[in-house]
Design a protein around this ligand. Structure first.
Ligand code: ATP
Length: 299
């Protein structure tokens, strides 16, 4: 392990096309919205930016982009945060794109065209980098085989973290490879097949994986590991401006702290501070604070 800790994030990168609307459009309806905003997004890329910038980790992003102009926007944001992008592949399908409408009440609609993200495959060329990582972080906006291959390529003792979002049913063999599951309350309920409260959900999911973090928005998060009762880490009170990407900032910062061998509750406290700072700023990747800002805020 380096002093900074090494994180590999294997996952999606999307260009977010965002338009403010007076209300969500109904089926068959056309409505006029505000000016189009375009910003770098996608869970994998957001989390890589957070691991590098907020968590200070030596971070590699493994993903697939198109051979198109939006790919440049995504690479510039990753590079700007200090993420290693040398293993990013370009394919001849469009870069992943998210079409997002934002209503005044915060009721967003999102359609994702996965595009190049669906082509991500991990193979021999990624092996050395994954094997050098202290933490390998994956999500579910890319094929499930990415999670399997990332788990297989990690070195013994390295942590495989899965942010199981967007939620989908996980086969047994994938459950068996996960060391740390990170989910919000809705994803936890879907995975557990239960509508119980977060404490019960954390205990149920802990039966399946060694450690679980359930994020609870402004309420903070629950951490469950080993035989200990789930521990509530309170949220940091802030004036929220834009919660887009809060979960991704949390995941990236959490894994960066774990790569430095911090205990899970302490890592979750730092990740909560990073995510709280991020919600005070507009955007996803643009809102991610620096490690110095997080340290000052968490002190
Ligand atoms: P999103 O999909 O919006 O990125 P999520 O549903 O995956 O988010 P949340 O549980 O909403 O994840 O948020 C993740 C973490 O971000 C929380 O555990 C908390 O630490 C922090 N957070 C989110 N919203 C707030 C808020 N309003 N105030 C302070 N911290 C927040």
């Amino acid at each position: 392990m380096t002093g900074r800790g090494r994180v590999v994030v294997a996952g999606s990168a999307n260009v977010d096309l965002v338009v403010d609307v007076p209300r969500p459009p109904r089926a068959g309806e056309t409505i006029l919205g505000g000016d189009l905003r375009r910003s770098p997004g996608g869970k994998g890329a957001n989390q890589a930016v957070a691991a590098a910038r907020a968590g200070g980790a030596d971070t590699t992003f493994l993903g697939t982009l198109g051979d198109d102009e939006p790919a440049g926007l995504l690479l510039a944001s990753l590079d700007g945060a200090g993420v290693r992008t040398d293993l990013v592949e370009h394919v001849s399908v469009p870069t992943g794109t998210a079409f997002i409408t934002v209503s005044p009440g915060g009721e967003n609609t999102i359609v994702v065209a996965p595009g190049a993200n669906a082509r991500l495959r991990l193979g021999a060329r990624h092996g050395d980098r994954i094997a050098a990582a202290d933490v390998v972080l994956t999500q579910l906006e890319v094929p499930l085989d990415v999670v399997r291959a990332a788990a297989a390529a990690r070195r013994p003792g390295a942590l495989l973290a899965l942010n199981a979002a967007p939620s989908r049913r996980l086969p047994r063999d994938v459950w068996d490879t996960v060391d740390l599951l990170i989910v919000n309350e809705h994803e936890a309920a879907e995975l557990a097949g239960d509508t119980a409260g977060p404490d019960t959900l954390a205990r149920a999911l802990r039966e399946r994986v060694p450690a679980v973090v359930i994020t609870l928005g402004r309420q903070g998060c629950l951490v469950a590991e080993g035989d200990r009762a789930p521990l509530h880490i309170p949220g940091v009170p802030v004036e929220a401006v834009d919660t887009t990407g809060a979960g991704d900032t949390f995941c990236g910062a959490l894994c960066a702290a774990l790569a430095r061998a911090l205990p899970l509750p302490e890592a979750a406290r730092l990740a909560g501070a990073a995510a709280a700072l991020a919600v005070t700023r507009p955007g996803a990747q643009a809102a991610v604070p620096t490690a110095d800002e997080v340290a000052a805020f968490a002190a």
